[in-house]
Design a protein around this ligand. Structure first.
Ligand SMILES: Nc1ncnc2c1ncn2[C@@H]1O[C@H](COP(=O)(O)OP(=O)(O)O)[C@@H](O)[C@H]1O
Ligand SMILES: [Mg+2]
Length: 426
């Protein structure tokens, strides 16, 4: 059906909604992996076109609520409210209520809700996988609302030069962050790299070789429950919601162990080893973030497979997040990675969503090399550069102090860029 509204153009709509309805809308969108503005668009369109009956909603105590609708839609909506003899607030409340009723919570429907899965991947070392995996995990686990406020202040204060570097206008960024719903989620951050940088930089004890670990759960006959392995990050900011599955040096043997297990036991599918290992703890988490090793071996295929789009999962809800640097060797590595993802998709008939690229460690003092390469990333077809991250001292300080970045400097530029990445993954 052709839409009467221009593609892509949205206008900000400021209205009011009862707080309970706002909360229900946020939670439902998070469960279904939808943007609030998308949900509001469908809600308003459906309400306008349905002849009813529309039940009255108690709007006493309604609080300000803003979202972004396709240009022109709100005027049509207001005209419809006048026809139906209801206030705009009542019309919006009815629209949202009816949308919630049409889109029930998967939990109420008894369906398991898969955690949202971010696979942070690049076989090139030092590009920022560990940094970005940790930042994305922290942004989902910090208290709900706090991150949204910091991010709004940050975007409002961005200089023109910084906006240009992000290749976005302020309006575009404000629209992208308008329904930032991250925060307050139960998050599992997995150290999947045998170099153990993630565990070490968060001060988490790693798992000695020979003991039960993710590797034993992926390859052998684990004795215990994988749910006993995650460690809670002991930092009040995350309220016990941020857990880390510690790494093990045994991960260096994972590729050969997977190959051996597959050779020995017919029917063992190497690529699904990570998914099978993690399955028992999925119900305990809303978000799972994987910090990948700098390799493209079998273990990485298992990581990519874990990020594939599951049946009934919305495109772009889970997938791969790719940190790169603004230089030519990063572009070559990126091509190899994309080929590997394409091959896996074809061989196993999967969809692995590319959530976006993060250009990390950008240093404008490197002049033409950095800026021309950044331009190439921005101009690349079919790819979405979600954010450009400078080389910032707070990042290195937090690592040195073994403190989670979003707790050490929650209002810093670096922390806000992590939230911007989360907001940019649509
Ligand atoms: N934006 C940044 N600003 C400053 N230092 C950074 C930034 N991103 C990463 N680093 C540092 O660069 C090094 C490599 O980053 P890391 O995340 O470990 O990369 P990878 O996991 O891809 O090997 C680390 O010491 C990290 O603290
Ligand atoms: Mg790393």
């Amino acid at each position: 059906m052709a839409s009467p509204y221009p593609d892509g153009d949205r206008e900000k709509v400021a209205s009011k909604l009862p707080p309970t309805l706002q909360q229900e809308l946020k939670i439902r969108c998070a469960e279904l992996g939808l943007d609030i503005q998308e949900a509001a668009t469908v809600a308003v369109t459906t309400w306008c076109s349905s002849s009813g009956p529309h039940s009255d909603i108690d709007t006493a105590g309604a609080k300000s609520f803003s979202t972004w609708l396709p240009s022109g839609m709100y005027d049509d909506f207001k005209a419809r409210c006048v026809d139906r003899g209801v206030s705009y607030i009542q019309g919006l409340a009815q629209s949202v209520r009816e949308w919630l009723d049409d889109n029930p919570s998967p939990k109420q429907a008894g369906l398991p809700v898969a955690p949202r899965r971010f696979i942070v991947v690049n076989q090139k070392g030092g590009v920022g996988k560990t940094t970005i995996a940790a930042g994305v995990a922290e942004a989902h686990a910090e208290p709900h609302g706090i991150g949204a406020k910091c991010l709004r202040n940050f975007v409002e204060a961005l200089s023109d030069a910084e906006l240009e570097r992000q290749n976005r206008t302020r309006e575009q960024l404000l629209a992208a962050i308008a329904d930032y719903t991250a925060g307050g989620q139960r998050v599992l951050l997995i150290d999947y790299d045998p170099q153990l940088h993630l565990s070490n930089q968060l001060g988490i004890p790693t798992i000695p070789v020979g003991q039960e670990s993710l590797v034993t759960h992926m390859t052998g006959d684990p004795k215990g429950n994988i749910g006993d392995l995650p460690v809670v990050i002991d930092d009040p900011r995350f309220g016990g919601r941020l857990h880390v599955l510690p790494g093990t040096r045994e991960g260096f043997l994972l590729d050969s162990k997977l190959a051996l297990t597959a050779a020995q036991s017919r029917g063992f599918q190497k690529e699904s080893a990570l998914e099978r290992a993690l399955h028992p703890l999925e119900a305990d988490y809303d978000v799972i973030v994987i910090d990948s090793p700098p390799s493209l071996g079998l273990s990485m295929d298992a990581g990519l497979y874990y990020g594939r789009r599951r049946p009934n999962e919305k495109p772009g809800r889970s997938g791969v997040l790719i940190p790169v640097q603004s230089e030519d060797s990063s572009a070559d590595a990126y091509q190899m990675l994309i080929e590997q993802i394409d091959d896996l998709e074809q061989d196993l008939h999967l969809d692995i969503d590319r959530l976006g690229i993060v250009v990390n460690l950008f240093d404008s003092r490197r002049g033409y090399i950095a800026t021309s390469s950044l331009e190439e990333w921005h101009n690349m077809e079919d790819q979405n550069v979600i954010a450009v991250v400078d080389d910032l001292k707070e990042q290195r300080e937090s690592v040195r102090l073994k403190r989670p970045l979003l707790s050490y400097v929650p209002e810093s530029k670096q922390a806000n860029v992590m939230r911007l990445i989360v907001a940019g993954v649509k």
